[in-house]
Design a protein around this ligand. Structure first.
Ligand SMILES: Nc1ncnc2c1ncn2[C@@H]1O[C@H](COP(=O)(O)OP(=O)(O)O)[C@@H](O)[C@H]1O
Ligand SMILES: [Mg+2]
Length: 209
């Protein structure tokens, strides 16, 4: 991506289901807007009509889906969202906050399903048009705490069970260890307000607001 002085920044929020991604992504948007910036939230998978159709297939398919088909559909949805929504906005100076992005594929299809993280990394690079987040928040909670927070109706991937969620969490931890400057680990078992304050301090410091 060509950087210009007026480019927006790209922030992603990651973690297992129930960790607080949607709650905190909305708070980041509020903070950015209060700081006088143009800011937009997007969610994965989805965020554009074609991506939303892929989301339905991914989260509610009745038939058994091959792990690789699942990974490629996730990345196809991401390519559409990146090309049609994220890149045009960022280039125009809007800050974009994504509720999940490329790291989710490494954690769920890599850690969770056991596909090669290295292969997924290169397909991600293709699917994201090589866009990398400026900052990623990995909100970490235990699987037990996640279970107390999740809604009653679960989607296809949320139904995978505790062992799966545990492998996803462990892969997220590895992503943090490999790239500690970008992937910021946040203890998600604090109060909503404490998580919010910690995240906002990082946004201000790292992105020089
Ligand atoms: N730090 C927190 N402490 C307690 N409950 C929380 C916290 N963060 C979020 N929640 C609650 O947990 C549920 C899941 O939060 P949500 O933001 O939807 O998570 P995610 O998008 O990661 O699945 C919601 O009911 C939310 O209000
Ligand atoms: Mg959510």
């Amino acid at each position: 991506m060509t950087e210009s002085i007026s480019s927006g920044k790209f922030i992603t929020v990651e973690g297992i289901d129930g960790c607080g991604k949607t709650t905190q992504a909305e708070f980041i948007i509020d903070g950015l807007v209060e700081a006088g910036l143009s800011a937009k939230i997007v969610r994965e998978p989805g965020g554009d009509p074609i991506s939303e159709s892929i989301r339905k297939l991914l989260l509610h398919a009745e038939e058994s889906m091959s792990d690789r088909a699942e990974a490629l559909l996730m990345i196809a949805s991401r390519a559409q969202l990146t090309d049609k929504v994220i890149l045009p906005q960022v280039i125009n100076g809007t800050w974009v906050v994504a509720d999940r992005y490329a790291d989710s594929t490494l954690a769920y299809q890599g850690g969770g399903r056991g596909l090669s993280v290295q292969s997924l990394d290169s397909i991600n690079e293709f699917g994201t048009y090589t866009l990398k987040p400026d900052l990623t928040f990995f909100i970490d909670i235990s699987v037990d705490v996640a279970n107390t927070r999740m809604r009653v109706e679960r989607d296809r991937i949320e139904k995978e069970g505790d062992g799966f969620q545990q492998r996803v969490r462990e892969q997220y931890l590895k992503l943090h260890e490999n790239e500690p400057e970008r992937v910021i680990l946040i203890n998600g078992e604090q109060s909503i307000e404490d998580v919010r304050a910690e995240i906002w301090n990082h946004v201000k410091e790292k992105l020089e607001l």
